[in-house]
Design a protein. Sequence first.
Length: 255
Amino acid sequence: MMKVAMTIAGSDSIGGAGIQADLKTFYALGVHGTSAITAVTAQNTAAVEGAYYLPPEFVGQQIEAVAKDVPVAAVKTGMLASADIVREVARRVKLHGLDANLVVDPVLVSTSGHLLLDNDAVDVVKHELIPLALVITPNIPEAEVLSGKKIKDIENMKEAAYLLHKLGARNVLVKGGHANAVDVLFDGTEYRIYQPEVRVPGSFHGTGCTLSAAIAAELAKGGNLVTAVEKAKSYVTGCIKNHLHLGQGAFMIKH
Ligand SMILES: Nc1ncnc2c1ncn2[C@@H]1O[C@H](COP(=O)(O)OP(=O)(O)OP(=O)(O)O)[C@@H](O)[C@H]1O
Ligand SMILES: Cc1ncc(CO)c(N)n1
């Protein structure tokens, strides 16, 4: 039977990141995609021009409507917008038993520099959501904020992964898209390094959303985390290689 994945994230009007990237990824990887939208952004490849947050109870209602109807095999979270939405998502994940394959992408700021999570929500993500995660997938700036340490090289990425593991996530993947596109996975014991097939020059929109959605899709199909990350990395690299010059800002990756 077809497996089901869920994304709990924001809508991106330009269709490169957020819910739109997640659903494209789920489709491409052969799982049925469901969604709970946290916020609607007015966004393009150059900027986030506005964000409208949905009421936390309504985010919860979307999760409940899906979870009581179909078996959700894996979940990813992206833009969570406010502290109250994060609390509601954490509550729902526990209530509906969605934590086995929970991928938390701790989205803080867009590539274009817009805040996608209120400042007072960062501690709630750290203490209420991250402890439920199978894996968290911070990029370098997010790993710096969450760990309080500057990251300059792969050694620093490993140190940040070690510190973030203490927050209670079962695994930590620090993504290196903002450096050499080498990613570091830490499971509490061992570090695994994922090398990109190529580092494509340029700035891309939605790479992080796509990677975490691809990990969730592979987990939903029954893969273990190590291979899920490997397949997700190869999927996102392919999308980056096929990018399109559609807008005035970052390149659009192609699924
Ligand atoms: N130029 C690139 N070439 C190859 N791989 C890349 C490139 N940029 C990012 N990646 C890969 O894409 C994945 C997402 O990482 P990245 O650090 O870009 O996430 P992010 O900053 O959260 O993305 P977003 O732009 O969606 O906010 C990682 O596996 C990373 O190594
Ligand atoms: C809605 C949304 N989620 C996540 C990101 C991060 O890429 C973005 N730019 N927009």
